[in-house]
Write a protein that binds this ligand. Structure first.
Ligand SMILES: NC(=O)c1ccc[n+]([C@@H]2O[C@H](COP(=O)([O-])OP(=O)(O)OC[C@H]3O[C@@H](n4cnc5c(N)ncnc54)[C@H](O)[C@@H]3O)[C@@H](O)[C@H]2O)c1
Length: 273
């Protein structure tokens, strides 16, 4: 999909943060963007601001029925060429203090949301013989840290799901990619410090990578891109050395040292997802 002109791209969680930046960037590149978000009013207002044929509707990625209703409500955009499974939530803290309903919400939105989206959109892509699914995972989907166990588990699962679906769908003309950002400046990461030497990236930095992956499919890309090489190299080192590097960079404490007052508003919204 070297040329995005006229391509129809569905973006989940497109009312805010990375999803919104991706919708803006892809629309500017000529794509027709279809925004789905739990916050239907905000999604609609974002689509109106973007213009250029952007459409939006309410979507709860955790529900197969909601996916069907969303695709029917936005069918005017035309057959879907690409799906960006971006919607996600990140309540953090010790697993032992995490209420069961929050644990379920994290897995439901971050993992079942991606699975539901794939099941809803990919059959049409297979019929048409082409398509691309980009799943937004996280750096903690490869390198887990304390106080984010359920979130990390959900994002590891997205990486595994993406790998399996990539080999399953490739023979049918559908690409699957995983994008793994480090800390991104959005409401989701409020109060979360970046590891030493890793500058937080912007939502548009991630959007740029998603755009480039759509133009030239890759199995897995990190944001910033160089962080992927560091993790690959350190993955070859003995575990004790990996742990020491993580401690030296403060990477093991990014969630533990998050500022609770800066996170309060986001944590409240995430629990309602
Ligand atoms: N911000 C970061 O530091 C960071 C880092 C790595 C990965 N990510 C991932 O990037 C993705 C986007 O995160 P963000 O930082 O832009 O977050 P955000 O909170 O700014 O935006 C997420 C959007 O998803 C929507 N959403 C939540 N639950 C939903 C549901 N059930 N159905 C539909 N929409 C729903 C929200 O309403 C919101 O508009 C997430 O998957 C997140 O895990 C973020």
């Amino acid at each position: 999909m070297k040329d995005l002109t006229g391509r129809v791209v569905v973006i989940t969680g497109g009312a805010r943060g990375i999803g919104r930046a991706t919708a803006e960037r892809l629309s500017a590149a000529g794509a027709r963007v279809v925004i789905g978000d739990l916050d239907a009013a905000l999604a609609t207002s974002v689509a109106e601001q973007i213009g250029r044929g952007a459409v939006a509707a309410g979507l709860d990625v955790t529900s197969a029925d909601s996916w069907r209703a969303f695709l029917a409500a936005t069918a005017e955009a035309g057959p879907v060429d690409a799906l960006v499974n971006n919607a996600g939530v990140m309540p953090i803290g010790s697993l032992l203090k995490e209420p069961d309903e929050v644990t379920r919400t994290i897995v439901d939105v971050n993992l079942h949301g991606v699975i539901n989206g794939t099941k809803a959109v990919v059959p049409g892509m297979i019929e048409r013989g082409h398509g691309h699914v980009v799943n937004v995972s996280s750096a903690v989907g490869r390198v887990a840290v304390a106080d984010g166990a359920t979130y990390s588990a959900s994002k590891f699962a997205v990486v595994g799901f993406s790998e399996a679906m990539r080999s399953e769908l490739r023979p049918q003309g559908v690409d699957v990619s995983a994008v793994l950002p480090t800390v991104v400046q959005t409401e989701l990461s409020a109060g979360v410090p970046a590891a030493k030497g890793v500058k937080p990236v912007t939502a548009d930095d991630v959007a740029k990578v998603i755009e480039s992956v759509l133009r030239k499919p890759k199995a897995e890309v990190w944001v910033p891109r160089w962080s992927q090489a560091i993790v690959k190299v350190s993955g070859a080192l003995p575990r004790t050395v990996q742990d020491a590097v993580s401690r030296a960079m403060g990477a093991d404490k990014v969630f533990h040292s998050a500022d609770p007052s800066a996170r309060a508003a986001y944590e409240e919204r995430a629990r309602r997802s």
